[in-house]
Design a binder for this molecule. Structure first.
Ligand code: ADP
Ligand code: MG
Ligand code: MG
Length: 212
């Protein structure tokens, strides 16, 4: 497909909810090592709430409306740090697609760049701070490069997902500067950041959803 519709976004978010549920235990285990052990549960609560509002009627709305509703639902369901972070990311990503019937590869790259900026504005974390930013930053960069080369939406998302996976792996070598893990200092070395790991799960699910 050369463009993704609102219905495609609904399908992608559905797959994100499925994958987060499947990865829930692993994500909480990662958070158990350097945080408070709830990241998988938290993300699953948020995305399962999102699943409830992903109805066929929603497919008739705009991509921006879909993203806004998903963002609001996630925010209301999630109390942890990731609630406002992802709500802002989804709202900004959705705003970047305002007025579009379909999103092409470049639009998808714009969606991811705007989502990353939302995460940064909300959380004030820098690259290298050992957070989800360390997955989302290379993801947005890889997406932009793929779009520049003329990639289709699913290929742009695939490039983003692969870069996010590598970015998440690289957080093991980073000292934590933000969030609960910051107080662990060097004891966090060698451990992957859970928020970066879940970012890779989300982007891989979006890529798979877009390819269906
Ligand atoms: P909490 O720490 O409130 O229990 P979660 O466990 O759901 O929240 O999320 C933890 C993840 O949130 C971390 O692994 C990290 O990736 C991310 N995170 C925490 N603080 C920030 C921040 N200021 N900016 C970006 N990401 C952050
Ligand atoms: Mg936690
Ligand atoms: Mg918590």
């Amino acid at each position: 497909r050369t463009t993704l519709s609102a219905a495609d976004f609904v399908a992608m978010f559905h797959l994100v909810a499925d994958r987060i549920e499947e990865e829930k235990v692993r994500l909480s285990e990662l958070d158990g090592v350097i945080g408070d052990g709830d990241h998988g549960i938290t993300m699953a609560i948020g995305w399962n709430a999102v699943r409830e509002i992903l109805t066929p009627e929603l497919e008739e709305k705009s991509i921006t409306d879909v993203c806004n509703l998903v963002a609001r639902t996630f925010l209301n369901a999630v109390g942890a740090s990731s609630g406002p972070l992802y709500a802002t990311a989804l709202m900004r990503g959705g705003a970047a697609l305002k007025g579009r019937e379909g999103a092409d590869g470049a639009a998808l790259a714009g969606f991811l760049a705007a989502a990353l900026q939302g995460l940064r504005d909300r959380g004030k974390a820098e690259p290298g701070d050992k957070t989800m930013i360390d997955a989302w930053t290379p993801a947005a960069t890889a997406a932009a490069a793929a779009a520049e080369a003329g990639a289709l939406p699913a290929e742009v998302l695939r490039a983003a997902a692969e870069a996010a996976g590598k970015g998440a792996d690289a957080t093991a070598a980073m000292l934590p500067k933000k969030g609960r893990s910051a107080k662990l200092g060097e004891r966090a070395l060698g451990h992957v950041d859970p928020g970066a790991a879940s970012a890779a799960v989300i982007l891989a699910a979006m890529a798979d959803g877009a390819a269906r």
